[in-house]
Design a protein. Sequence first.
Length: 120
Amino acid sequence: MRKQRGLTMTGFITWAVVFIFVALFGFKVGPAYVEYYAIEKQLTIIANDPEILRTPTRGAVETAYARRTSIEDIRAVGPSDLLIEKDGDKLVISADYSVRVPLVGNMSACLDFHATSDKK
């Protein structure tokens, strides 16, 4: 006689509950990471823009960032939050910010991000 193999009902329910909690956590935290990657992409594009590099003033960078963020619907970092530096002939734009994501009841996840145009 062969030994039966498979998944019991209690095992299935246990793993289903674990999977549901992980998926819900991902659905809550995921948009913050998507926005972080969008911010980093826009900072890199602006820092490598030849028109900006000709006249790298704070106003020009802030205007370009404001135009791009209105299209991408980025709300976590505004133009005044940018840190703009010159590293040799390169323009390095960065921003530090935190996002608070409500999880359950009074529990929240605080996510700290450092978006930069410099990929070191």
